[in-house]
Design a protein around this ligand. Structure first.
Ligand code: NAI
Length: 270
């Protein structure tokens, strides 16, 4: 169902790889709500992905950019300015840990990989914010979002250095949010339930993670489609005074100690 919430709004969506990606669902919903946007991904993501299909479906242009490269970002945002003028929304839906991908334990990190994973998952958010800040590219009441995970606050086995990256990512939203406030632009992170995507399922034991979260969350896990709905709300004019927040979109998981379902499993009643 469309409410026309993003009629006339222009933006950039980073991180749609395939039709499982959260960014893919966000792009579909933003299109339904009347937004126009550029789709961006790293050159390797463009080769691996199915982005052309999404671009056709949403009438969008694809512009590749390695989000860790300020030079690539400058080119991308210059192209966006030429196409649209100022922007109304940006989604950062980018994450990768080389240590996780290569099975390197938290107590035995390869620090070159740690630095690379930080740059992709957190540093890139600062680079995007700083690039649009310097170019003064956001309209008043624009909205900038990045996707996070509760491992920034609580420990989860095998989330490894992604936990640290997410903590840093959330902190960037708070820190840069102050400056963007001067320009009436909001900056937030959404802390999403575990979601079966390429990045999600790359974490060891993901099946256990997602089932546990489902049993712990009074409303059940939030899906990628539901995350897209929330992103639309956050890009719309209905949420103008929300900024510098980490917003849990997790069916209540973050407020739970333990659920009856999980207790029953331990007492053998289920
Ligand atoms: P995904 O694998 O579909 O998306 C990750 C994207 O990051 C891919 O499109 C990939 O090409 C892109 N990327 C990697 N390196 C890049 C670079 N150097 N420059 C530009 N783009 C680059 O997976 P998903 O799950 O949709 O991930 C999106 C975001 O959601 C990530 O930040 C992830 O940490 C976050 N998230 C995911 C959860 C999950 O369980 N899947 C839960 C909570 C947050």
């Amino acid at each position: 169902m469309s409410y026309g919430l993003l009629e006339g709004k222009k933006g950039i969506i980073f991180g749609a790889l395939n039709n499982q990606s959260i960014a893919w669902k966000v792009a579909e919903r933003c299109h339904e709500e009347g937004a126009e946007f550029i789709l961006s991904n790293a050159p390797i993501g463009l080769r691996m992905g199915e982005l052309n299909e999404l671009a056709e479906k949403t009438g969008s242009e694809i512009i590749g950019a390695d989000a860790t490269s300020v030079e690539d970002l400058e080119k991308l945002f210059d192209a966006a300015e030429e196409k649209y003028g100022k922007l109304d929304f940006i989604l950062h839906s980018i994450g990768m840990s080389v240590n996780v991908r290569k099975g390197r334990h938290y107590t035995d990190m390869n620090y070159d990989w740690t630095a690379k994973g930080w740059d992709i998952s957190a540093g890139s958010f600062h680079k995007i914010l700083q690039t649009v800040w310097k170019k003064d590219l956001m309209n008043e009441w624009a909205s900038i979002l990045a996707l996070s995970y509760i491992a920034a606050q609580r420990n989860f086995p095998d989330y490894n250095d992604m936990a640290d990256n997410k903590a840093y990512l959330e902190s960037i939203a708070r820190s840069f949010g102050v400056y963007f406030g001067e320009r009436k632009v909001r900056v937030n992170t959404i802390s999403q339930s575990p979601t079966p995507t390429t990045a999600g399922t790359g974490v060891k034991g993901f099946g256990g993670f997602i089932s546990f979260a489902e049993d712990m969350s009074p409303l059940g896990n939030a899906t990628a489609d539901e995350c897209a709905d929330f992103c639309v709300a956050m890009f719309s004019d209905l949420t103008r005074k929300i900024t510098m927040q980490n917003l849990y979109h997790d069916g209540g998981f973050s407020a739970m100690g333990v659920s009856q379902k999980v207790i029953d499993r331990y007492t053998g009643e289920n």
